[in-house]
Design a binder for this molecule. Structure first.
Ligand code: NAD
Ligand code: MG
Length: 393
């Protein structure tokens, strides 16, 4: 069997790692569509190298430029553009597997289209699940889609859960324990963190990732988003989810059972492992990741997260407990705050207050539709921008 794959966000870090794994198994996977946003040259090369049927960008002018580049490379990939095109390549009936690796809320619609079409969806784009968890999980159920976690922690938990994990046997599980490296600022003083530059925030000690998730890892908002992600993926309550700082990033997460057993998944910190796991599930596939030699690593250490130095984690816990549209508001405000930090408009320590003040200005409610989620997302973005403008004066 040869599986046809669409990669949403092919030009990013996860997109590239996905293509790396697929390149090792040309007899098993072929590329239906690759999508990108700004890195047109890279998308042109990827499309030609992997013989993609379609390449998708957001607007007409990017599509024109991309077509010229693909022609110059003697490629035959057809270029299409716009939000409908993005959703079409995620739901097309020729597609078997969709890798959802667009960063942020922009991934919401195409990922949901894939679920509505009953696809096997490999979810890297955690923000979309944070925004619309109940809607996503209802779509999985209704359309018989398969949603497999690619985030390394959730992929680890998925591997440590029983295969017949269901409402019936959830009582055997005491805790889901999400590992966190602590990010580049673990051990820094509050003053050092406040003065951190975008380059320092993006220099993660263990993982090489896109800028947005790198900043989220530095603020620990990433772990907060992941707690909310875990809650929906594994249909559990926040009080069963715990965060454990583990600076070496070798244990990717753990499941604690009522009989005292704790199961963990280990591996080198390389996203090709969860990607290969998702692609091949329920089978296994070589990923190109180096073997793990624990004797060389010698020591694994663990500590509690510091919620005072990393207030974003507490904000995410609070939003998760509020539920309704609070996680969507948290996510949107954080996207705006992180971009403002990357653009040099605000300092690192402004991220948490921007998110907090945005959350404080909302009366949360349960969004019943995708349009309602998007409305909360839009309002949160406007509010966060307003908070930033006040900080700038
Ligand atoms: P990245 O910034 O490297 O790549 C993002 C991709 O999204 C690019 O292909 C870009 O073209 C596309 N994109 C950005 N804005 C877009 C828009 N408005 N419309 C359409 N496409 C757009 O990010 P990444 O590190 O690959 O992360 C992707 C997702 O995976 C994120 O949600 C992140 O949280 C998640 N994730 C990443 C890692 C990692 O190791 N990189 C690990 C776990 C989860
Ligand atoms: Mg993760």
């Amino acid at each position: 069997m040869n599986y046809s794959v669409t990669i949403l966000g092919a030009t990013g870090s996860i997109g590239k790692s996905t293509l790396d794994v697929i390149s090792l198994h040309p007899e098993k996977y072929s590329i239906f569509a690759l999508t990108g946003c700004r890195q047109l040259k890279k998308l042109a090369h990827q499309s030609v190298q992997h013989n993609a049927k379609y390449a998708v960008v957001n607007d007409e002018s990017s599509a024109e430029q991309l077509s010229v580049m693909i022609n110059d490379l003697n490629g035959s990939t057809e270029v299409i553009f716009g939000a409908d095109a993005l959703s079409d390549v995620a739901s097309n009936n020729q597609v078997d597997i969709v890798m959802a690796a667009i960063v942020g809320a922009a991934g919401l619609l195409p990922t949901l289209s894939a679920l509505n079409a009953g696809k096997k969806v490999l979810l890297a784009n955690k923000e979309s699940l944070v925004m619309a968890g109940p809607i996503f999980m209802a779509a999985v159920k209704k359309h018989g889609a398969t949603l497999l976690p690619i985030d390394s922690e959730h992929n680890a938990i998925f591997q440590c859960l029983p295969h017949n994990y269901s409402d019936a046997n959830q009582s055997s599980i005491k805790k889901l324990i999400l590992s966190a490296s602590g990010g580049p600022f673990r051990g820094w003083s509050a003053e050092q963190i406040a003065a951190a530059t975008p380059a320092q925030a993006c220099a993660h000690p263990n993982w090489s990732m896109g800028n947005k998730i790198s900043v989220d890892s530095a603020s620990m908002m990433n772990k907060g988003l992941e707690c909310i992600e875990a809650r929906w993926l594994f249909d559990t309550s926040m009080d069963k989810i715990e965060v454990l700082i583990h600076p070496q990033s070798i244990i990717h997460s753990l499941v604690q059972y009522v009989d005292g057993s704790v199961l963990a998944q280990l591996g080198n910190p390389d996203m090709r492992t969860p990607i290969a796991h998702g692609l091949a599930w329920p089978e296994r596939l070589s990923s190109g990741v180096a073997d793990l030699y624990l004797s060389e690593i010698a020591q694994l250490s663990f500590e509690q997260p510091d919620l005072v130095k990393f207030p974003c984690l507490q904000l995410a816990y609070n939003a998760a407990e509020q539920a309704g549209d609070a996680p969507a508001v948290l996510n949107a405000a954080n996207e705006i705050a992180v971009q403002a930090f990357l653009d040099g408009r605000v300092g690192f320590s402004a991220i948490a207050p921007i998110v907090e003040q945005t959350l404080e200005s909302f009366d949360f409610y349960e969004p019943e539709s995708l349009a309602a989620v998007q409305e909360s997302d839009n309002r949160a973005r406007v509010t966060a921008e307003f908070v930033i403008k006040q900080l700038e004066f």
